[in-house]
Design a protein around this ligand. Structure first.
Ligand SMILES: [Zn+2]
Length: 121
């Protein structure tokens, strides 16, 4: 997992689709265009052809540009490709068994703990 600059305030956050802890903007809840921009501002290079330097220094430079209000220019062709990637990601939702594994791993221990607590109490 790399880092990403927030499209709105430039804050460095964990990943392109994470909610920004600084301004609260959440690309997951926004449109394809915003998601594509977020992806571009991240170090998660899905396609090395799209991002010329997929490194944290690039993300920090974007962050700086957004913070000072200059913004980041994205070549329309690159943006179009990124939007296609975002649409592809969205069309392949998490398989049901992954959801099941998540439920078993995260929810079950909590439920068991609650039951044990109730019985002992
Ligand atoms: Zn932000």
């Amino acid at each position: 997992m790399g880092i990403a600059a927030c499209f709105n305030c430039g804050h460095i956050k964990r990943g392109p689709f994470h909610k920004c802890p600084e301004c609260g903007k959440d690309p997951k809840m926004l449109d394809v265009h915003t998601k594509a921009v977020s992806l571009y501002l991240s170090s998660d290079a899905f396609d090395p052809e799209l991002v010329e330097e997929p490194d944290p220094a690039r993300v920090r430079r974007f962050s700086e540009q957004i913070r000072v209000g200059k913004g980041v220019e994205i070549d329309p062709e690159t943006l179009a490709k990124l939007m296609k990637i975002v649409i592809e990601i969205e069309q392949h939702p998490v398989p049901w068994w992954k959801v099941l594994v998540f439920l078993i791993v995260c929810i079950l221990p909590a439920v068991v703990t609650l039951f044990v607590w109730l019985i002992l109490w």
